[in-house]
Design a protein around this ligand. Structure first.
Ligand code: PLP
Length: 385
């Protein structure tokens, strides 16, 4: 009888696995061979070669990722930025224009502001909360609209339903960076997005030990991304593919713990007298809480906050914590703290950061898998210090 997998927990384990298992291996082994014997392939993309992203390790991931988001197709990439840049450079051609949410991961922001012009591309930033203002930024050359499911590092949640409706009304391709939510909390294809992009480095892999990415969505768009990725060369190495595959199997249990733990930590910080502001869409007073509740199955393990004492107090707090590691990136088992102004968003000018609200004292937390109570005790001690 054909196997069917309905729930995401089951798909994480079984969807996309080779049938029959290769040599009976329960875990798909690493295919560490650059090339394969020619078997009569007609198209260049079908020639089996690591750069063409089509080893058994890649193909299993493509099937699993598409199944997780209930999408038509998927492709893995060498990094989140490879997914983002290759997708945008496929959808857009010289002369085209992009509408992008103004709150973006720093690397994506600087890709638009620093690199786009060299490809003959242009962009305008939009306020994700104000769909009425988007039409004014539309040009005859606008081809796509780009947002993040939860923005990095301020945890904004744009009006995602309006993004899809606007894209459909104006014949634009809708792209969303789904890294912060992961397929456990949000599945963009179910809400009508054309392409979902991931830094697989984060929650998908979940172990802080590789860099990877993915594009998931409409099959016709993925088919166009495949040859562009082959030419730009942003292919995932089979060993990294193996680790991503292994990491993804525990995504549901990890993500649920991180959702719960981050909510408890956000609630603790919100009550603390030294804290000026907490950004977490799971909090009832977050401006987009109701929207996030409707769209998402959880609010992620990411939060950011500011202390009343500003940047000096933030540095003292970080120095006084003992459990978290001060490091960029997110989504792994270790709780990480960063000041985005000096890491993920340091490519922006100080004026750009100020305008967007990324203050020098903003602390970003990636909540890991430690015991929540111990993290809260540690934060409490550091806040007193
Ligand atoms: N998107 C988001 C939301 C991110 O936070 C990051 C990295 O921090 C990226 C994309 C880029 O991913 P990578 O570092 O895997 O290229």
């Amino acid at each position: 009888m054909a196997k069917t997998f309905t729930r995401i927990e089951t798909k994480l384990i079984h969807a996309g696995e080779p049938e029959p298992r290769i040599q009976g291996a329960v875990v798909l082994p690493i295919f560490q061979t650059a090339q394969y014997e020619y078997a009569g392939e007609g198209r260049y993309e079908d020639v089996r070669y690591i750069r063409l992203n089509n080893t058994p390790n890649h193909l299993a991931l493509h099937r699993k990722l598409a199944a997780l988001e209930n999408a038509e197709a998927a492709i893995v990439t060498a990094s989140g930025m490879a997914a983002i840049s290759t997708a945008l450079l496929t959808i857009l051609r010289a002369g085209d224009h992009l509408l992008a949410q103004e709150h973006l991961y720093g690397g994506t922001h600087t890709f638009l502001t620093k690199d786009f012009a060299a490809f003959g591309l242009s962009y305008d930033f939009i306020d994700g909360d104000d769909p009425a203002s988007w039409e004014r930024k539309l040009k005859p050359t606008t081809r796509a609209i780009y947002v993040e499911s939860i923005s990095n590092p301020l945890l904004h949640v744009a009006d995602l339903k309006a993004v899809v409706a606007f894209a459909r009304a104006h014949d634009l391709v809708s792209l969303i960076d789904n890294t912060f939510t992961s397929p456990i909390n949000f599945r963009p294809a179910e809400w009508g997005f054309d392409l979902s992009l991931h830094s697989g480095t984060k929650y998908l892999n979940g172990h802080s030990d590789i860099v990877a990415g993915a594009c998931i969505g409409r099959a016709d768009l993925i088919e166009r991304i495949i040859p562009r990725l082959g030419h730009l060369g942003g292919t995932l190495d089979p060993h990294a593919a193996f680790l991503l595959h292994r990491g993804m199997k525990t995504l549901a249990v990890r993500m649920r713990h991180q959702n719960e733990s981050a909510l408890k930590i956000a609630e603790f910080l919100e009550r603390h007298p030294a804290v000026a502001r907490v950004n977490y869409p799971g909090l009832e007073n977050h401006p987009a809480h109701r929207r996030a509740k409707e769209l998402f199955n959880g609010f992620s393990g990411m939060l950011s906050f500011e202390l009343k004492g500003g940047a000096d107090a933030a540095r003292r707090f970080i120095g006084a914590t003992t459990l978290p590691i001060v490091a960029p990136s997110l989504g792994g088992p270790e709780t990480l703290l960063t000041l985005p102004a000096t890491t993920s968003h340091s490519g922006m000018t100080p004026e750009e950061r100020r305008r967007l609200g990324v203050t020098d004292g903003l602390i970003r937390v990636s909540v890991g898998l430690e015991a929540t109570e111990e993290l809260i005790e540690d934060f409490n001690r550091a806040l007193k210090a």
